[in-house]
Design a protein around this ligand. Structure first.
Ligand SMILES: CC(C)(COP(=O)(O)OP(=O)(O)OC[C@H]1O[C@@H](n2cnc3c(N)ncnc32)[C@H](O)[C@@H]1OP(=O)(O)O)[C@@H](O)C(=O)NCCC(=O)NCCS
Length: 165
């Protein structure tokens, strides 16, 4: 993991972030989006995170953006305001090297500092590495929803894991 650096988001990260996410929309069931958002849409989404002062971290390796993570409201209604949901996406070229664990640890710290009290991970049930990543970070399994997603001609379950901050 030489040269890995975690830093705040800057606007010039948008093209790299859009490209990283596009792969997971187009080719995987990790996200339940089916149309990849373009750079303008991603800029709008990230602008909202900045406005809300939600945690947003970018990972660089050798000067290239190779991943990002953020925490945002779990649900929009006001009484949920102390509960966040995490999102972590690494470039497919750097998965499986332990960067995700470090990124999640930092996101947990930043989310606590931002005033969140609980974090919920919503994960496609079959994604064992993502489930394992969260278990290692102290998340507990709290539920499973069956066949709530449909992508690439099959039904998908999701699991929820939770960690107090
Ligand atoms: C999920 C993600 C953030 C994990 O980060 P990572 O740096 O790749 O993490 P790793 O795969 O190295 O490690 C995660 C853990 O899963 C384990 N793991 C990997 N593949 C596994 C498998 N098929 N079954 C069970 N465990 C597995 C690893 O051994 C590791 O556990 P350990 O630390 O106890 O050894 C990253 O792979 C990623 O961005 N994936 C695509 C997007 C995504 O899935 N985001 C999460 C959405 S909730």
């Amino acid at each position: 993991m030489a040269d890995v650096r975690f830093r705040p988001f800057v606007w010039s990260d948008i093209p790299a972030i859009t490209a990283i996410y596009r792969h997971y929309v187009d080719d995987t069931v990790i996200t339940f989006e089916t149309e990849p958002p373009g750079e303008a849409e991603m800029a709008e989404r990230f602008g909202k995170l900045l406005t809300l002062r939600h945690p947003l971290i970018v990972v660089e390796q050798a000067g290239q953006v190779v991943g990002y993570a953020y925490a945002s409201f779990y649900r929009p209604r006001a009484a949920y305001r102390f509960t966040c949901e995490d999102s972590i996406y690494l470039s497919k070229d750097v998965v499986g090297r332990g960067i995700g664990g470090q990124l999640l640890d930092r996101l947990l710290e930043d989310s606590r500092a931002a005033g969140f009290r609980q974090m919920i991970a919503v994960i496609t049930a079959e994604r064992a590495n993502s489930v394992r990543l969260h278990e290692r970070a102290g998340f507990q399994h709290v539920g499973r929803y069956e066949a709530v997603g449909y992508k690439f001609d099959r039904w998908l379950d999701i699991v929820h894991l939770q960690r107090a901050l």
